[in-house]
Design a protein. Structure first.
Length: 242
């Protein structure tokens, strides 16, 4: 029942890796957490420095833009995830391939759960559902409001956990998260540049902010892969052999 009533607990169960024999490197996990927190702090500083946030309406507009950006990230992930995991499994040999595909179901479930939660939160408050809100009356509106708050809490906390744990892809293999994280962050950087995200920011600061994320994530991913090989004997070649 706790899973049903507490969206934060539900997000922890859905987005945190849970494979018992997974390698856990405390130093790497701390750096991943700090990377996420510093990224959020940098975004807040950039937003309030260069955005005209003078009213609650402005705050709502900024929040809406960032929620839309998060939705774009999920859509990019939905396209990249099967390519990376499918390629990783296809390159494996023998029973290892089936093992990776079976493990991938939890990660796929995390992706679908986040998409469903974000879609539900948007749908509840969308103008297109105003007629439904009028029909269901006060009890229905209360139920929809509770649904919105639950989906919002699950989505926001789930996005944070997904950034740290890369949609629990360590459940597949420890080398999948750094590979997937590197591809995703470069895809999002290109998408931000193409879409003109943060166009109100001076070009030099915008370029530094947009490109800072892929550079730092790539460096961290390379270092994580090095530690897995150096201290835990894991490499791509060994991962793909039975």
């Amino acid at each position: 029942m706790r899973f049903v009533f507490n969206p934060l607990y539900a997000a922890q169960r859905v987005f945190r890796p849970s494979r018992p024999d997974a390698v856990f490197d405390p130093l790497v996990r701390k750096l991943q957490l700090w990377r996420t927190l510093l990224g959020a702090a940098a975004w807040l500083a950039l937003t309030f420095t260069y955005s005209a946030v003078a009213s609650a309406q402005d705050v709502g507009a900024v929040a809406s833009d960032r929620f839309g950006q998060s939705w774009d990230s999920v859509l990019v992930l939905a396209c990249t995830f099967p390519v990376v995991v499918g390629s990783f499994a296809a390159a494996a040999r023998g029973p290892v391939r089936r093992l990776y595909l079976r493990r991938a179901l939890r990660s796929l479930g995390a992706v679908l759960a986040l998409m469903a939660a974000m879609g539900s939160a948007v749908l509840v408050v969308a103008p297109e559902t105003q007629g439904l809100r009028d029909v269901v009356g006060l009890p229905g509106k209360i139920a929809m409001g509770v649904m919105f708050l639950w989906a919002l809490g699950f989505s926001v906390y789930g996005i944070g956990l997904s950034l740290v744990h890369v949609f629990r892809t360590a459940d597949i293999h420890e080398l999948v998260p750094p590979i997937l994280a590197t591809l995703l962050v470069w895809e999002m950087a290109v998408l931000d540049l193409v879409n003109g995200t943060y166009d109100q920011v001076p070009p030099a600061a915008r370029l530094a902010f947009v490109m800072g994320a892929p550079v730092t994530v790539t460096a961290l991913s390379v270092w994580e892969a090095y530690r897995l090989r150096r201290y835990h004997g894991m490499s791509v070649r060994r991962a793909l052999r039975p």
